[in-house]
Structures are given as structure tokens and as C-alpha cells.
Write a protein that binds this ligand. Structure first.
Ligand code: ZN
Length: 168
């Protein structure tokens, strides 16, 4: 059995991100402050989400996990430190985990047999959320890939995916 999420297209995720950025007052900021968001807002008892920094030996190849039943985000310590320093890949990982937290609360999840269509795959949805969050169309539509990398704190790979989505 696999886990499937409620279907979400890229444009639906884009709308969710847009609302989310507006709600948290970041709709005009290219460089999404993911660390501050996790530390100051999400970890505030009001939201009831905890994060734990976990030793690499315990997490092994996993950069982060988000348990939406217990509302705990576990972040591998080197990923956490990298994100604090602004390392693009680690920033993406935390945006991806935030995507799980926002999109994959238990009421949206179910078990499924066989192949899960892309739009229902939690990993695809979380990656799409992270890309849209870090480089929203409204802020980057006229930027080059290099500008997206620099202004949004993204890796070339992630910036290229967003660039290509906006220049079809
Ligand atoms: Zn994931």
C-alpha cells in the first residue's frame, strides 16, 4: 500500500502558495525566509508544530521528515545548519518539508494500491510546493535562471525547473 494525497495540480499548488505567502506577509519578498518561518512561526505553540534537529547517524540518507499526525518536523542537523547559512539545497529541503506540513495533514491522505498518479503523489506535491514557494511567478517571471538562483536562494536545478514552468 502507498500513501496518496488529495489530487493537486501545479496551478492549484501555486494558488495555495500565493495565499500562504500573503498570509505570512511575504508576498513581495523574493528570498523566502524559510528558517525564520520554521523557528519563529511554525514552532510557536499557537501552531502546535515542533521541530527536532536530528543527528545524521540517526537520519542516514534522509534530509528531513514531517509527521503530520504528531506535527513534528525532523531535520537532519547538517541540513539545518546549511539552511541557516543559506545553502540552496538545504533551503529547498525545508521548503519541501513545509509543503508536507501544509498539504498533507491526515484528513487529505489515504492509502492506495498500485500506481499513484503524479498529482496525488505526496513527494511530487511537496517538491512543487517548494519550487513555487521559493520562486513565485509574480516575483520571478522576468528573471533569468541566474537571477532566480541569486535572488531566491535556489540551486540551479530548482531555479531551472521554475524558469521552464514560467517560459513554456
Ligand atoms: Zn518529502
Amino acid at each position: 500500500m502507498n500513501v496518496a494525497a488529495e489530487a493537486l495540480s501545479r496551478s492549484q499548488i501555486r494558488m495555495i502558495v500565493k495565499e500562504f505567502r500573503k498570509t505570512v506577509g511575504c508576498d513581495k519578498i523574493a528570498y523566502f525566509p524559510i528558517m525564520q518561518f520554521i523557528e519563529w512561526i511554525l514552532a510557536n505553540p499557537k501552531y502546535g508544530m515542533d521541530y527536532e534537529i536530528v543527528d545524521p547517524g540517526e537520519m542516514q540518507d534522509t534530509y528531513g521528515t514531517t509527521n503530520t499526525e504528531r506535527n513534528v518536523m525532523r531535520i537532519r542537523s547538517d541540513v539545518y545548519e546549511g539552511a541557516v547559512k543559506g545553502r540552496p539545497r538545504d533551503r529547498f529541503t525545508l521548503c519541501h518539508e513545509l509543503g508536507h506540513y501544509i498539504l498533507h495533514q491526515p484528513q487529505f491522505m489515504s492509502y492506495a494500491r498500485g500506481n499513484i498518479p503524479r498529482y496525488c503523489q505526496p513527494e511530487w506535491q511537496a517538491n512543487t510546493f517548494a519550487g513555487e514557494l521559493m520562486a513565485p511567478y509574480d516575483l520571478v517571471y522576468d528573471m533569468s535562471i541566474e537571477e532566480i538562483m541569486e535572488k531566491c536562494g535556489m540551486s540551479r536545478q530548482a531555479a531551472t525547473i521554475q524558469y521552464n514552468e514560467y517560459h513554456r
